[in-house]
Design a binder for this molecule. Structure first.
Ligand code: UT7
Length: 329
């Protein structure tokens, strides 16, 4: 059978200008720059002031299309991963289809929290492999500040806003593109990272109290760290095995930028020098599903990515969800 792979042909990003520093957070909650840097590695994060999620998505998409040299009319599928959409409906991808001037192709949102980019890439690859799409745009866009409780010091120090995008195109060259994907969920940990949808009064359940804080993200951080220490190696192992790629062949691991401890776990387990596990959380914090493509775009723009390299991307977060994919450039 003819082999069809999904080649990464372009990346882009849209990073908000406003910088929320640790010093600013010291004025907002009982915390310190020292605690934040030591426990999280984050020094600053971006806030999309007065900006819709779709606007960030559009900026990232246009940047990626330009990088790929692809016009919006060439897209066969538009996927947006976000857990902070502007609306429950319509989805962000439909808005993007219109704003980009794309044809009336499939346009869907994927809400898979911080695993969103990996999941969207998995779907993009499946469409391409099935011959249902040739060129797919994946955009991950988040305005997390809208669901962050800036009186909760255990979460507000972590999260930031941003968007990034990838363009995948079908290729018959089996040596490039997505080599394997893996995604999974363990819903038994649903309460560890949680935000209620539409926390409004229900006329059919008036006895159910409305918690004014329910619209905020709540996290049991230590429980999530324990989960990631188990789930991330499992995701990477499975993706490597499916790709038939040995750990020694990895040039870069690009993990979701959530906690420094997991970066050490990855480096140790795969005998990688720490510099091969890409980190930029210092400047952006945790941008949920946008973090992996923001890294990819930054790496591409810095000239760190080159033909022939093998990259492992991994995401993990609310759900609890986790996943990984192996990409050859
Ligand atoms: O994106 C999805 C995946 N997310 C993650 O992977 C995030 C995973 N979680 C983490 O990275 C860590 O759990 C955190 C960085 C969020 C927290 O670090 P921790 O070492 O797990 O701290 P902790 O929650 O166990 O809290 C330790 C102490 C507590 O004080 P006591 O009870 O020991 O007196 C907290 O109240 O640190 C306190 N604390 C803070 N102190 C100063 C919590 N947040 C802060 C803060 N500043 N911002």
């Amino acid at each position: 059978m003819e082999i069809i792979n999904s080649q990464l042909i372009g990346t882009g990003s849209c990073i908000p200008d406003f910088i929320l520093t640790n010093a600013m957070l010291e004025q907002m909650v009982d915390t310190s720059d020292e605690w934040i840097v030591k426990r999280t590695g984050v020094r600053e994060r971006r806030i999309a002031k007065n900006t819709h999620t779709w606007e960030l998505a559009l900026g990232a998409a246009q940047d990626a299309l330009q990088d790929a040299g692809v016009s919006a009319e060439e897209l066969d599928l538009i996927l947006v991963s976000t857990c902070t959409p502007d609306n429950n409906t319509p989805n962000t991808a439909s808005i993007l289809q219109d704003k980009l001037g794309a044809r009336q192709v499939g346009a869907m949102d994927i809400n898979n929290a911080c695993t969103g980019f990996v999941s969207a890439t998995d779907i993009a690859d499946s469409y391409i492999k099935a011959g249902k799409a040739k060129t797919v745009l994946v955009v991950s866009a988040e305005t997390l500040h809208r669901i962050v409780d800036y009186t909760d010091r255990s979460t507000c120090i972590l999260f930031g806003d941003g968007a990034a995008a990838a363009v995948y195109r079908a290729t018959e060259n089996e040596n490039v593109g997505i080599q394997s994907t893996f995604v999974a969920a363990d819903g038994s940990g649903a309460d560890y990272l949680h935000m209620q949808a539409l926390p409004v009064e229900d006329p059919f359940a008036p006895e159910r109290p409305v918690d004014p804080k329910a619209r905020f993200l709540k996290m049991q951080g230590a429980a999530v760290v324990r989960f990631t220490a188990r789930a991330v190696p499992l995701a990477i192992d499975t993706a490597l095995q499916r790709a038939g790629v040995a750990a020694e062949e990895i040039d870069w691991v690009v993990p979701h930028q959530a906690n420094l401890r997991i970066l050490d776990v990855i480096a140790k387990r795969y005998h990688l020098p720490r510099e091969k596990v890409y980190v930029n959380m210092e400047y952006f914090g945790n941008t949920s599903s946008a973090s992996v493509p923001i890294c990819l775009d930054e790496m591409r723009k810095k000239g760190l990515l080159s033909e022939g390299q093998t990259i492992v991307c991994t995401g993990f977060g609310a759900g609890l969800t986790y996943g990984a994919f192996v990409l050859k450039l």
